[in-house]
Design a protein around this ligand. Structure first.
Ligand code: AVI
Length: 326
């Protein structure tokens, strides 16, 4: 999980691995170049894409109570991006803190970190921001000794992990926490299929552009030579795996070239290349997975429509203590 996503050689190798595997798939981290990040920001504003609004509602409703229960402990946020939703927490932290308070945003993009930090420092005089432009893994390692702390992992980004990556991530998270440290984990919940599928097939076609941008990025950065309009966006609910699956489907036979690696892939009309999975969760199941990593589920906070949950977790000493306590 440590690879940088702006190195063309690493991108080409990742594409070659993914196109050689069956089913064919691409690494979803490459969806987020500058254009992709901009498109994702627009996805979160689409009427069908409820997760961002639902999570914002939860944070707005509970921020002050969380600040008084947790105290204004240092906040470390994994995948902080623009830190938009985190402002709700930092505003509450500033009302709670009697002195300086600390925020450590972690994002792979240093420009995004700089912009977020300067906006936040303008808003809060007593806020100390130390951004880390690195992977989750190395940030978690560096923050192990900071305690007490609150780690944020919002947006249901955990749903984009393959099961084995989720396990690795929870293992790294567990190792970075001391007993008593807290986590706020945002998870999107299993719900009506029509609502889920609409969220990934918005009428304005922004999610479609987000998917297609990955193939266009392969053309821009790797000279892949995929003809314009050869790929269409397909997203549907996979009931057996509790997840939305997103694919680029080829409308015609296409050759994908990776000149830097001297590789060529023949894709047939109708073939689907998976670009992302977005898993949805059931609270009880998630609680069990977390308990195996000494993370006790203390509070389950949901929006009024019960679409999304923010889980407050506490790191315990022993796995046995971590039973569902909410
Ligand atoms: C970032 N992540 C949580 C989004 C999701 O809903 O899985 C990514 C996304 N892909 C298409 N739409 C949104």
């Amino acid at each position: 999980m440590d690879e940088q996503t702006d190195d063309p050689q690493a991108f080409a190798q990742s594409v070659a691995r993914g196109l050689s595997s069956r089913p064919r798939q691409l690494d979803c981290r490459y969806l987020y170049d500058e254009i992709g990040s901009e498109l994702f920001a627009r996805i979160t504003e689409q009427p069908e894409y409820y997760p961002t609004r639902a999570e914002t509602e939860i944070l707005a409703d509970h921020a002050d109570r969380l600040a008084s229960e947790l105290g204004a402990v240092p906040i470390c946020e994994l995948g902080s991006g623009t830190s938009e939703k985190t402002r709700l927490l930092l505003d509450a932290w500033s009302r709670q803190a009697s002195d300086t308070f600390h925020y450590v945003p972690v994002d792979i993009d240093p420009a995004v970190l700089r912009a977020a930090a300067s906006a936040l420092c303008e808003r809060h005089e007593r806020l100390h921001v130390s951004g880390l432009a690195t992977s989750y893994e190395s940030a978690l390692e560096r923050l192990r000794e900071v305690t007490p702390k609150l780690v944020l992992f919002l947006g249901s980004t955990i749903g984009n992990f393959e099961p084995s990556d989720m396990d690795t991530f929870l293992h790294q998270l567990e190792a970075a926490l001391q007993p008593g440290d807290a986590v706020l984990l945002g998870i999107d919940l299993v719900k009506d299929v029509a609502v889920l599928e609409a969220a990934y097939n918005d009428a304005a076609g922004v999610t479609e552009r987000f998917t297609i941008n990955l193939f266009e990025r392969m053309n821009r950065e790797l000279g892949a030579g995929i003809p314009e309009k050869a790929v269409e966006h397909v997203a549907f609910w996979n009931e057996r795996s509790d997840r939305i699956e997103i694919y680029g489907r080829f409308r015609e036979d296409v050759q994908i070239d990776l000149p830097g690696l001297e590789r060529r892939f023949e894709i047939e009309s109708g073939e689907m290349v998976r670009v992302e999975v977005s898993r949805k969760f059931r609270v009880e199941q998630m609680g069990e997975a977390l308990a195996r990593h000494r993370l006790r589920l203390d509070q389950v906070l949901t929006d009024a429509d019960g679409r999304f949950a923010v889980l407050l977790l506490r790191r315990t000493r022993q796995p046995e203590e971590a039973a569902f306590a909410a």
